[in-house]
Design a binder for this molecule. Sequence first.
Ligand code: IMP
Ligand code: MG
Length: 173
Amino acid sequence: MGTTLITQEELRARIAELGRQISNDCVSQGVTLVGILRGSFVFLADLIRAISPEIPIEVDFMSVSSYGDATTTSGTVHIEKDLGVSVSGKHVIIVEDIVDTGLTLLHVYNILSERGAKSLRVATLLEKPGNSKYNRPLDYVGFKIPDKFVVGFGLDYAQRYRNLPDIRVLDEI
Ligand code: IMP
Ligand code: MG
């Protein structure tokens, strides 16, 4: 169902490139990957296996929900599931499935920054165009996509379709 936007082969090749880039950038230091649940778990699972085994890697997950206005950066953030590891003094890469308004990312960035991460970078599988409230550069971007609602490869519509092996645009939502 739906129309394929990014094929399995394209995903595989691009994630391998991102893994190589991260391996080069982190060669002299360890890295802590923080996956934002739930959408990022498929991307993260592939990404860690594309990072050189010589690099010490820690993985953890967190889940946040934000209430309020998507058009402003105000609004409150609620941590639904917190990290089990400390990020203080560590090199952290936040792993997202998709950056749309950028609000989720902004909130997570601020939380991890306040907790004293030594460096904070962002890897996102997908980036939608337009008015992201996260106005720092995205360090590792898999694909820029049009402003359409996509599912698959971890991304859901009402909790469905996360198991599709590629990224698709649903015909009717
Ligand atoms: P943001 O806070 O608006 O950047 O949204 C980020 C979150 O919204 C992502 O982590 C996704 O869970 C969800 N999201 C945004 N766009 C899509 C989409 O096209 N398909 C599925 N989920 C999406
Ligand atoms: Mg999400």
